[in-house]
Design a protein around this ligand. Sequence first.
Ligand SMILES: Cc1cc2nc3c(=O)[nH]c(=O)nc-3n(C[C@H](O)[C@H](O)[C@H](O)COP(=O)(O)O)c2cc1C
Length: 210
Amino acid sequence: MSVADSGFTSVRSADLSPDDTYKLLIGCVQPRPVAWITTVGRTGVVNAAPFSSYNYIGSQPPTLAINIVQRGDGGLKDTARNILDTREFTVNVVNEAQLEVMHKTGEDFPPEMSEPETFGIALLPGVAVAVPRIAESPVQMECHLTHMLTIGNGHNVLYLGEVVAFHLSNAVYANGKIDSERLRPVARLGGPFYTGLGKIWHFPPSAKGR
Ligand SMILES: Cc1cc2nc3c(=O)[nH]c(=O)nc-3n(C[C@H](O)[C@H](O)[C@H](O)COP(=O)(O)O)c2cc1C
């Protein structure tokens, strides 16, 4: 690490431990949206867990990507195992009202324990997939797994899902648009911190781009 006169601290990735790399990355890439993912296990247990290494990556077809890391013992998290078994998952958007319970579902629970059941999270049946969605979530996106991409040494695996159905609450959706102020989405910062909507800037669309 060098602290140069430029006023920047410059760090070569090769000099960082895996843990420090992770901490630095989640500080550099923030705020991150949170995918609260529901899946169903082989025995029918409904699982819910949050993932903020997540974004949309394509629109034709609509495609989401989620990076799920290995467990400490090298095994799969329940979400990853269920996606591999069923090739289906649902991404539920988290707003301020769900923040606290969503955070609780980020703890490590055994596969036979259903987070929705444990924390009293109401579910609605899936429409295009067999996976239930989180009723209080204002936006739910049902996905089919399309690709899996192992990154580097296999610690991170990217799961790509095509959105086959969108469910949009009337409270946030009208005329083909989601109202951000009504949605009140939450996002993850570095460390165990979250943020909500701050100031919203508006630039009128130009003919040249978005
Ligand atoms: C806000 C938040 C974001 C998270 N993002 C990720 C992530 O992007 N990738 C990941 O592997 N784990 C992430 N986690 C940790 C998982 O949610 C956690 O390992 C959880 O126990 C996995 O549950 P499962 O075994 O039921 O799938 C995050 C946790 C929280 C609270």
